[in-house]
Design a protein around this ligand. Structure first.
Ligand SMILES: NC(=O)c1ccc[n+]([C@@H]2O[C@H](COP(=O)([O-])OP(=O)(O)OC[C@H]3O[C@@H](n4cnc5c(N)ncnc54)[C@H](OP(=O)(O)O)[C@@H]3O)[C@@H](O)[C@H]2O)c1
Length: 257
């Protein structure tokens, strides 16, 4: 069998770098996507040398409308078929929704929701036609409840989880699986970028990016619909289902602020 090709968005940092290593180590060729072309080139060189695979770099700002379609066109021109899609790129905005810079909120929606949905929608038909494919969408434990002070981010991750679970069901028996990875707080650049260093959520403890990526990768290989790495994160996500929404809202606000 020919080696698979895996497209990883957000491959320049954090979880994305870990996913790229896991896939390359298992002899998959990789397509690395993010804005930071220099970091992607450096990673591509490292992966090719370390694992003897082919690594392609496509610098793309997924917050720009049309970016996903342009990326697909570049893949077509390079004659690259994607067997594994890791929708990992994402970031969080912190503050009151109505006060946060509007363009930042819209860019987040575009990256976390729109680009993810577009890449999934555009790549799935090929996978289904070939009878093989894997999609791993990075959601968050934020997906399980509303998050005052990170309202847009929590809502974006609820979309990712809901879409992924429904697609997993629609695609059963097609040879294509969809998995939603729901990490809790994880040590990556996300914390700094979201301005959350001082938040209770991130001072209570963090998982390593390596462990979280490994959990997501294994769940994807097994074709599981969802995975929540860490027993405490899993327990919290279950507790939310039996707690009054009013209480959940104020607890989430306390953790995020
Ligand atoms: N860390 C956590 O605590 C945590 C918890 C739950 C879920 N998550 C989710 O995990 C995923 C990965 O985040 P991370 O924790 O690894 O954070 P990270 O270290 O900040 O990495 C984020 C990645 O997304 C890329 N990205 C951001 N904006 C982009 C844009 N406009 N266009 C293209 N790529 C863009 C970044 O690349 P460039 O800047 O080079 O473009 C980077 O490669 C995200 O979806 C995040 O929401 C994180």
């Amino acid at each position: 069998m020919l080696p698979s090709t895996a497209l990883i968005t957000g491959a320049s940092a954090g979880l994305g770098v870990e996913f790229a290593h896991l896939l390359a180590k298992d002899h998959n060729n990789v397509v690395l996507v993010a804005r930071s072309e220099d970091k992607l080139q450096q990673l591509a060189t490292e992966l090719e040398k370390q694992y003897g695979i082919k690594a392609h770099v496509f610098a793309s700002d997924l917050s720009l409308p049309g970016a996903a379609q342009a990326l697909l066109e570049s893949l077509r021109l390079a004659n690259l078929k994607i067997d594994v899609l890791i929708n990992n790129a994402g970031f969080g905005t912190n503050g009151k929704f109505y006060e946060n810079p509007a363009e930042q909120e819209f860019a987040m929606l575009q990256v976390n929701v729109v680009a993810l949905a577009q890449l999934t929608r555009l790549l799935l038909p090929g996978m289904v036609a070939r009878g093989y494919g894997k999609v791993l969408n990075v959601a968050s434990t934020a997906a399980f409840q509303p998050g005052p002070h990170m309202a847009g981010y929590f809502a974006s991750k609820a979309y990712v989880l809901s879409l992924s679970e429904a697609l997993a069901y629609e695609l059963k028996d097609s040879g294509v699986t969809v998995t939603a990875l729901c990490p809790g707080p994880t040590q990556t650049e996300f914390i700094e970028r979201a301005g959350m260093k001082e938040s209770l959520l991130f001072t209570l403890g963090k998982s390593s990016a390596k462990k979280v990526a490994q959990a997501g990768y294994q769940a994807m290989l097994r074709g599981e619909a969802t995975v929540i790495p860490g027993l405490h994160n899993w327990a919290l996500a279950q507790t939310v289902r039996f707690t009054p929404r009013k209480v959940v809202r104020s607890l989430a606000s306390m953790l995020v602020k």
